[in-house]
Design a protein around this ligand. Sequence first.
Ligand code: URA
Length: 247
Amino acid sequence: MPISSRAVAAVAAPPAAVRPLAISPTASVTTATASARPAVDQASAARTVQLEELRERHDRECPFCTTSRNHTQTVFGEGNAFADVFFVGEAPGDTEDTTGRPFVGRAGQKLDEMIQAMGLRREDCYIANVLKSRPLDNRTPLPSEVALCGPYLVEQILIVRPKVLVSLGGPATQLLLNVETGITKLRGIWTQWTPPQGSGMAPIPVMPTFHPAYLLRNYTVQTRGEVWSDLKAVIQRIAESSSNASR
Ligand code: URA
């Protein structure tokens, strides 16, 4: 079903077959057994602290963000430290640069609609960009910039340990997967993000989809249908996977 304002309302409660069972940490905590709940809460609190420490270290040390002169503040990322779904964008735009929060401009509003259509709340997910500060003239990040700032995204993923990564648009997908293929060929096809050696973490499934800004520019039945099909695959995948309590 394509994402239009009418369709979004219609998919707010997806059919039972695709309704996530433990899609949100909140839901997982709610459905976790009484004995598992404190462990989930503790792990979540520990990850929140780790993310905050990482944010401070990033802002102090990132070789790109500490030397770039094009931004007013960094945009580290935000969300649930125990999220099942981790959305990866490219870099902050103007509104993000002003607010210090990822995806809060027009593209962010569209991303919020996409998340809602999945039956989730924004605060259930984790959202971060490959670059933590606005690139010069809002252009696509350069490989040299990604090499400097990208490792902090890797650390964020290692802390959150999501069940699924959703890469938004070509640059984020290419940067995350280290490929040069265009998003039109990559979207809708499951692939994997391989954690660094020694992390002890299993590969994480990645669903590449169109960037919400692209969706806004190409608001056709076809594009909306493609994005919705990608998001449905994510919902299905999470519904099938084991509960958060085992992570
Ligand atoms: N586009 C992105 O890729 N990230 C943001 O945070 C906002 C717009």
